[in-house]
Design a protein around this ligand. Sequence first.
Ligand SMILES: *[C@@H]1O[C@H](CO)[C@@H](O)[C@H](O)[C@H]1NC(C)=O
Ligand SMILES: *[C@@H]1O[C@H](CO)[C@@H](O)[C@H](O)[C@H]1NC(C)=O
Ligand SMILES: *[C@@H]1O[C@H](CO)[C@@H](O)[C@H](O)[C@H]1NC(C)=O
Ligand SMILES: *[C@@H]1O[C@H](CO)[C@@H](O)[C@H](O)[C@H]1NC(C)=O
Ligand SMILES: *[C@@H]1O[C@H](CO)[C@@H](O)[C@H](O)[C@H]1NC(C)=O
Ligand SMILES: *[C@@H]1O[C@H](CO)[C@@H](O)[C@H](O)[C@H]1NC(C)=O
Ligand SMILES: *[C@@H]1O[C@H](CO)[C@@H](O)[C@H](O)[C@H]1NC(C)=O
Ligand SMILES: *[C@@H]1O[C@H](CO)[C@@H](O)[C@H](O)[C@H]1NC(C)=O
Ligand SMILES: *[C@@H]1O[C@H](CO)[C@@H](O)[C@H](O)[C@H]1NC(C)=O
Ligand SMILES: *[C@@H]1O[C@H](CO)[C@@H](O)[C@H](O)[C@H]1NC(C)=O
Ligand SMILES: *[C@@H]1O[C@H](CO)[C@@H](O)[C@H](O)[C@H]1NC(C)=O
Ligand SMILES: *[C@@H]1O[C@H](CO)[C@@H](O)[C@H](O)[C@H]1NC(C)=O
Length: 454
Amino acid sequence: MKIYQYFLSLIFLLSCKAWKSSVSAFYFDLDNYTSVVDASELVAQGLMDYYNGLDYGETIGMFTAPYYWWEAGAAWTCMLDYWFILQNDTYNTLINQSLLYQTGEYNNYIPLNQSTTEGNDDQAFWGIAAMTAAERNFTNPPDDEPQWLYLAQAVFNTMALRWDNTTCGGGLRWQIFAWNNGYDYKNSVANGALFHLSARLARYTANNSYVDWSVKVYDWMKSIGLINETWWFVYDGANINGTECETPEYLQWTYNQGLVLAGCAYLYNYTNETLWYNRTMKFLEGSSVFFNSTTGVMYEAACQGAGSCNTDQRSFKSSFARFLGLTAQLVPETSDRILSWLNISAYNVAQSCTGGTDGHTCGLNWFNIGWDGYYGLGEQMSALEVVLNTQILHRPAPYTAFDGGSSKGNGSAGTESHPTNLSPLTIDRGDKAGAGIITAVVGISLIAAGVFFF
Ligand SMILES: *[C@@H]1O[C@H](CO)[C@@H](O)[C@H](O)[C@H]1NC(C)=O
Ligand SMILES: *[C@@H]1O[C@H](CO)[C@@H](O)[C@H](O)[C@H]1NC(C)=O
Ligand SMILES: *[C@@H]1O[C@H](CO)[C@@H](O)[C@H](O)[C@H]1NC(C)=O
Ligand SMILES: *[C@@H]1O[C@H](CO)[C@@H](O)[C@H](O)[C@H]1NC(C)=O
Ligand SMILES: *[C@@H]1O[C@H](CO)[C@@H](O)[C@H](O)[C@H]1NC(C)=O
Ligand SMILES: *[C@@H]1O[C@H](CO)[C@@H](O)[C@H](O)[C@H]1NC(C)=O
Ligand SMILES: *[C@@H]1O[C@H](CO)[C@@H](O)[C@H](O)[C@H]1NC(C)=O
Ligand SMILES: *[C@@H]1O[C@H](CO)[C@@H](O)[C@H](O)[C@H]1NC(C)=O
Ligand SMILES: *[C@@H]1O[C@H](CO)[C@@H](O)[C@H](O)[C@H]1NC(C)=O
Ligand SMILES: *[C@@H]1O[C@H](CO)[C@@H](O)[C@H](O)[C@H]1NC(C)=O
Ligand SMILES: *[C@@H]1O[C@H](CO)[C@@H](O)[C@H](O)[C@H]1NC(C)=O
Ligand SMILES: *[C@@H]1O[C@H](CO)[C@@H](O)[C@H](O)[C@H]1NC(C)=O
């Protein structure tokens, strides 16, 4: 925590004490569905308090600073889950408007505003939001506009075109553009998300070329040690420069484990192959590293104990909880284990979400210590997904094009018109003008930043 955040939370704590008698207690009992619904509504409202995209001067679909664009994509996926799991459409207009406003000029979730800083992982998280909308049969855009499936396919296609076998024998770089930090890093969130998205597209469309892509990404991640089949862990990433991805960075994040775990579950559900069943069960075992070994409560092991989780990292547990819920639906043999983890964690979330002036702000650490003083979009998202997913088995599994999904797509989405690929590796004449503008914009903002500093 920054010093000012510390004082803010101190003020919160003090005011909380003063307010204690006047706010309704945040409480729920997992055996009482009404109380789970009431609690989820409070947490969801707390999440939406961070959204001001409709205010003057703000941008539709974006959350207030310091939340980056990618996290907005993940947050709208939480709100899709809120709608689908609780069957409450209060926020559907906002979800629909946001998912469509941010598609970008080429309907591939690279809006011009983000294009100078956007990474493969950022694009993927909006692609996953669109995929979720397709699989949950969220009302489609009009017939003459790109639909959810199309948008997810466009994200997949443009990412796949960036596959780079000139270094490390393959893989996606973290960043799309050479001027961004992380362009020399090939990581699990970019590649794991490509694996995950293609697994979901395979199952939804029954097109086996997506399975081939999943296999290719998985095998590559395994080949450089990002996927470790001794421990069934997913490590953070590997540097290209000098070392050719020889040694992974051994950090582990919940959302990376979840991307790969759920990807395997989708592939097993679609292919019915024992290989993917075995991998699902093994990654499930590996996932236990993110649950406190005595209490079974979920935590972000790499940063939570040290108190060093940054803004992004505080939201990772939300994606993890969602991926666990999907896995429980798709591979029923995992559901006892997963629901036990989610139920224990949700029980502890309840005592954490008792902070702030409203009395139901959620914290970061759920280890039965009450509200820990942390607050933010990521904390609300994570708490919401854990509580919602305790109910996941009462709802239908993700639909496919053959059993309830109605979204229309196109196998070459995002590649038919242009730009086919924003990667500088294959920039074409048409794109060069765009790249020139982007460089100019970056130049100007560097100068602006220089003026600011001096
Ligand atoms: C279930 O929870 C609701 C909302 O918190 C509460 O009003 C109701 O009394 C609870 N029912 C039981 C049987 O405890
Ligand atoms: C739906 O959610 C909103 C916002 O959380 C809440 O105010 C409303 O009461 C909910 N509706 C139902 C029917 O539960
Ligand atoms: C979603 O937005 C599109 C485009 O703005 C609109 O045509 C459609 O009616 C909206 N759908 C819903 C369910 O709000
Ligand atoms: C791009 O940024 C401008 C200026 O902030 C804003 O008005 C516009 O709505 C943004 N567009 C998108 C798609 O984010
Ligand atoms: C890299 O990929 C391209 C296109 O798929 C292929 O033609 C080429 O043989 C590959 N190179 C290596 C070293 O694998
Ligand atoms: C798996 O990870 C461990 C360290 O966590 C390492 O010792 C081992 O070599 C890795 N296995 C592979 C195949 O990379
Ligand atoms: C990595 O290598 C490329 C090409 O050799 C170079 O342009 C870049 O500056 C290097 N990056 C780092 C962090 O060393
Ligand atoms: C899936 O495989 C199992 C055996 O591994 C078999 O019993 C089952 O019938 C298969 N289901 C389908 C839909 O092919
Ligand atoms: C799956 O695991 C079972 C039990 O450990 C093993 O017998 C089988 O060979 C494995 N199958 C594959 C394809 O990995
Ligand atoms: C796929 O998921 C559905 C829905 O949960 C389930 O009924 C089915 O048994 C799963 N298929 C396999 C092969 O596990
Ligand atoms: C597990 O939870 C206990 C009880 O809350 C706590 O004391 C311990 O530090 C936790 N372990 C880890 C590794 O965080
Ligand atoms: C999906 O949406 C379409 C169009 O609204 C509808 O016809 C279909 O019944 C829906 N599927 C399910 C499973 O609800």
